[in-house]
Design a protein around this ligand. Structure first.
Ligand code: SAH
Ligand code: SF4
Length: 467
């Protein structure tokens, strides 16, 4: 059985709307109008934006990176932390001036923020120049929305809370080297601080064949790295009947012929299995890198977060992974200042990162999110105090990272060249461990794998020489 697919009739209807939108665009513009798409937040949003861009190109828009020349501006928003939301409101406010200069400019907002009623209400009331707002479950209806906006309507569509998967949408990928491949959507975990399950709905896995077909197309198009995406990739297939599990899916992608690497995110420690770790160890193509967010090193806090694992279980998983996967690189997400966390409890987070020695960390100060259980909890520690803990966390991790990069000095690594470096004549790439390395070399190596010997180690970045 497949996940909750969009019904075929709806997709057919959208094809008709795409033709109507395309005709409306041709009659209104002499040459292709320009669309500026900006994405906030996680790679899941980036992958959604690539489908949005695919649809926009299909109906006749050309993409631009210049806001000032845009006929359509679309912001795909993130609701995970308050800071991200404030930035969106600020940037939407600034669009008023652009619209004053180009009265026909279409302003569209979508993504996780828009799925929250209080946000779409605020947009409706305080930002009347916005033409289109749509939530995370109706992305496939973009041709219809654009057509209706072009016909003079103001469209707000955020109320379809039932999660769906629309296969077969056109995709316009951002890069030519690394590709994002969503394998599932939504989340069932309801960590008490997190808004994602409320704005993205329940877990829905894409069916195996659609994923494999997309992976084959990505490899055929010459991409050198595929990152499989999901909020908790370890529970892939749980919502499907007779489905393969995540480790088995990885093996199938691994067996696609070609010179490419596989990464994935995010793994939830509660569902991370030995089978998965053994699969990584046995594969040539799966990167020896595991992003395994632990959030807190203290068992009381983990319980209050509803994470369903203990510090001990996490550490034993890490221990097994380190023993099993050669040259394993570990990264993680950490939250500082969860409501009620004490300094003593925070120290357990510090001791955990010292014990594991992560390559790098994504660190966050807790941000209250409307309607989540944690937002109702007592939070007596002032922000100034949390900032101090946060700095202590960053300093500790910087020491660990410096030690790690120092241990890489003198060794040779296979590196995927991603772009030009900051200095003239240099290139920037990543090792399998996901560490950035810069070295001298010509542009024609971009997108290729090369061997680079590390000659200098800075805290986060390596310098090296082509071999
Ligand atoms: N599904 C992934 C992460 C999704 S959100 C997982 O479970 O690991 C990415 C990260 O943002 C989380 O891992 C967490 O560290 C952080 N985060 C989520 N909600 C937050 C909040 N309310 N305040 C601060 N950080 C938060
Ligand atoms: Fe949020 Fe937890 Fe789901 Fe990750 S697993 S998206 S942190 S609820």
């Amino acid at each position: 059985m497949r996940g909750a697919l969009v019904d075929e009739k709806q997709l057919e209807k959208q094809k008709e709307y795409a033709l109507l939108a395309s005709a409306a665009i041709k009659s209104r513009f002499e040459s292709a109008p320009k669309a500026f798409v900006h994405t906030y937040g996680c790679q899941g949003n980036v992958a959604d934006s690539e489908r949005i861009q695919g649809i926009l190109c299909e109906i006749g828009y050309e993409l631009t990176s210049e806001l000032s020349e845009a006929d359509l501006v679309l912001y795909n928003t993130c609701a995970v932390r308050e800071h991200a939301e404030q930035r969106v409101f600020g940037n939407v406010g600034a669009l008023k001036h652009y619209k004053a200069r180009n009265k026909n400019m279409i302003i569209a907002l979508c993504g996780c923020m828009m799925q929250q009623e209080h946000v779409s209400e605020k947009i409706r009331k305080s930002y009347p120049f916005v033409n289109l707002v749509f939530g995370t479950h109706v992305l496939h209806r973009l041709p219809e929305f654009i057509f209706r906006v072009l016909s003079g309507e103001k469209v707000f569509c955020t109320d379809e809370s039932k999660g769906v998967i629309a296969e077969g949408l056109p995709i316009h990928r951002d890069g030519e080297i690394k590709a994002w491949l969503p394998i599932m959507y939504g989340c069932n975990n309801f960590c008490t601080y997190c808004v994602v399950p409320y704005v993205r709905g329940r877990e829905r896995s894409r069916d195996e064949e659609s994923i494999l077909e997309e992976a084959r197309q990505i490899v055929k198009a010459g991409y050198k790295e595929i990152t499989l995406l999901g909020q908790n990739v370890n529970s892939y297939g749980n919502d499907l009947e007779n489905s393969i599990n995540f480790a088995q899916l990885l093996k199938k992608i691994d067996s696609i012929e070609g010179d490419f690497k596989i990464r994935f995110m995010t793994s939830h420690p509660k569902d991370c299995t030995k089978e998965l770790i053994d699969t990584i160890a046995a594969s040539e193509k799966i990167s020896h890198h595991l992003h395994l967010p632990f959030q807190s090193g203290n068992n009381r806090v983990l319980k209050a977060m509803n994470r369903h694992y203990t510090r001990e279980k996490y550490l034993s998983l890490i221990d097994y992974a380190k023993k099993t996967i050669p040259n394993l690189s570990l990264t993680s997400d950490v939250i500082v200042g969860f409501p009620g966390e004490t300094y003593e409890e925070f120290k357990d987070t510090l001791s955990l990162i010292k014990e594991v020695e992560f390559t790098s960390l994504f660190t966050f100060i807790y941000s209250p999110r409307k309607h989540t259980p944690a937002a109702e909890m007592d939070d007596p520690v002032p922000r100034s105090e949390k900032n101090k803990w946060f700095k202590e966390l960053l300093d500790t991790q910087a020491e660990i990272a410096a030690k790690r990069t120092a241990s890489m000095n003198g060794k040779t690594y296979r590196v995927l060249v991603e772009s030009e470096g900051k200095a003239e004549g240099t290139l920037s790439g990543r090792t399998d461990e996901n560490v950035i390395i810069e070295f001298e070399g010509g542009r024609k190596l971009i997108g290729k794998y090369v061997n680079v010997k590390v000659t200098q180690n800075l805290t986060w970045v390596l310098k090296g020489k082509l071999e």
